[in-house]
Design a protein around this ligand. Structure first.
Ligand code: ITT
Length: 191
């Protein structure tokens, strides 16, 4: 099966490509000649994911899926959530991480979760697949792998951050891995 992955985030693309292997042939936005800044104005992961996949399906007619994801920190009322990519008002992750660390300060509740919602648009119908992973926010950055907030996030049951893991380790347990496994299973069952 061939599907367009509606993302401009090269890290997501690399992770999902590694997860699906040969099961799904992923086309990128570049492959279909789309350079649009796809609108993302919802206030839930579901709304944003389906906004991205609908945009592509409506304009280009391709079966496609989109990933909307982010970090929810319990002591910050689940911020940054859907605003994860632009928490500080910019896409600069150094600034976004600094803001999160300063807002959390020395708060003893470090609980957080990463969430992904995938929206699949197939033959004009939308399907959702979710994944979440619980963990804790550190007091400083640790590790240089992964992307986004990975240097701050240690999943429960582990003693290193996502950024200290190999790509294979992160991709075996991440929020995105859980959602992508559900997507792949659905596609296998329907094809
Ligand atoms: P697209 O919309 O083009 O897919 P994006 O980066 O704008 O790319 P989102 O709107 O879904 O994607 O924002 C998700 C943000 O949440 C992302 O930029 C990271 O800062 C963070 N994030 C998501 N998944 C993550 C992960 O696995 N590890 C670390 N941070 C992650």
């Amino acid at each position: 099966i061939e599907l367009v992955f509606a993302t401009n985030n090269a890290h997501k693309l690399e992770e999902v490509q590694a997860m699906v292997g040969n099961d799904i042939r992923l086309l990128t936005l570049a492959d279909i000649g789309c350079t649009d800044d796809i609108p993302e104005t919802g206030d839930t992961f579901e709304a944003n994911a389906s906004q991205k996949s609908s945009y592509l399906y409506t304009k280009y007619g391709y079966d496609c899926f989109a990933d909307d994801s982010g970090l929810e920190v319990e002591a910050l009322n689940n911020e940054p959530g859907v605003y994860s990519a632009r928490y500080s008002g910019t896409r600069d992750m150094e600034k976004n991480i600094d803001l999160l660390l300063s807002r959390l300060g020395n708060h003893p509740n470090r609980k957080a979760r990463f969430r992904t919602v995938i929206s699949l648009l197939l033959d004009g119908k939308t399907y959702f697949f979710e994944g979440a992973v619980e963990g804790e926010i550190g007091y400083k950055r640790q590790g240089s792998g992964g992307f986004g907030y990975d240097p701050l996030f240690t999943p429960d049951g582990y003693d290193k951050t996502f950024a200290e893991m190999t790509a294979a380790e992160k991709n075996a347990i991440s929020h995105r891995a859980i959602a992508v496994a559900k997507l792949a299973e659905f596609l296998k069952a329907t094809s």
